[in-house]
Design a protein around this ligand. Structure first.
Ligand code: AMP
Length: 219
């Protein structure tokens, strides 16, 4: 089973990916997480990526394809969960080519829909664990950590992403409308797209995703 999570910034891709990964034993590719890892390195490549992420524009397809190729090589014959990939039609076609070569295919593309004003509020409150990557939101009661700045799961310190500010958000949202939202039509035509109203609690969104997956009985 292969799933894509498609969404504007801060719609809850990462949160739902954590839950799906555990329940359905999926292998999770977050291109954003891999890029942030690269950006934390002090070399020229790391600095270049850090700059792109802070500006909120998309990274080049060549860099993304390199990350994808490594991931596919390490996860042969596994159930895959793509979070933040593909971000444009070129990337979507590339993924299709790779899956076709392995006689594999996509099963679901979940579009997480949330209004822009809500996304903006979410983005300034988002916090991530440095150690285990768990996600929190200090602007949403049910997503606050039990102890301020400390991860409930592993006790690690929480941090705010450098692109989680209003200025980067505006650019990221524009990039989404400009390049990524074309995928909605693309996957709709392939009858793979499921619209998910994602301004609900994480449990309710997850319940909806699970029901769709189980109804289709691809597991
Ligand atoms: P995310 O963690 O998915 O919100 O991604 C954070 C940032 O990483 C984005 O704003 C982009 O700059 C970059 N990024 C992540 N995935 C991709 C992708 N598939 N293509 C291009 N840029 C990406």
């Amino acid at each position: 089973m292969n799933i894509i999570l498609l969404a504007p910034p801060a719609a809850g891709k990462g949160t739902q990916a954590e839950l799906l990964e555990k329940k359905y034993h999926l292998h999770h590719l977050s291109t954003g997480d891999l890029l942030r890892k690269s950006a934390s390195r002090e070399d020229d490549f790391g600095k270049k990526i850090k700059n792109i992420l802070e500006n909120g524009v998309l990274v080049s397809d060549e860099i993304i394809f390199q990350l994808l190729d490594n991931f596919m090589e390490e996860n042969k014959n596994k159930n895959l969960l793509f979070d933040g990939f593909p971000r444009n039609i070129h990337q979507a076609k590339h993924l299709e080519k790779i899956l076709n070569k392995k006689n594999d295919k996509l099963n679901f593309v979940f579009l997480l829909e949330v209004e822009k004003e809500i996304l903006k509020k979410r983005i300034t409150g988002r916090r991530c664990c440095k150690q285990c990557g768990s996600l929190y939101n200090i602007n949403i009661e049910s997503l606050k950590p039990k102890i301020e700045s400390i991860c409930d799961q592993c006790g690690g310190n929480l941090f705010q992403r450098s692109d989680d500010n209003e200025q980067s958000f505006e650019t990221r949202y524009e990039e989404y409308l400009d390049k990524t939202s074309a995928l909605i039509d693309y996957y709709q035509k392939k009858q793979l797209l499921y619209h998910i109203q994602a301004d609900k609690s994480k449990e309710d969104v997850f319940q909806e995703l699970s029901e769709i997956i189980e109804k289709e009985r691809v597991l």
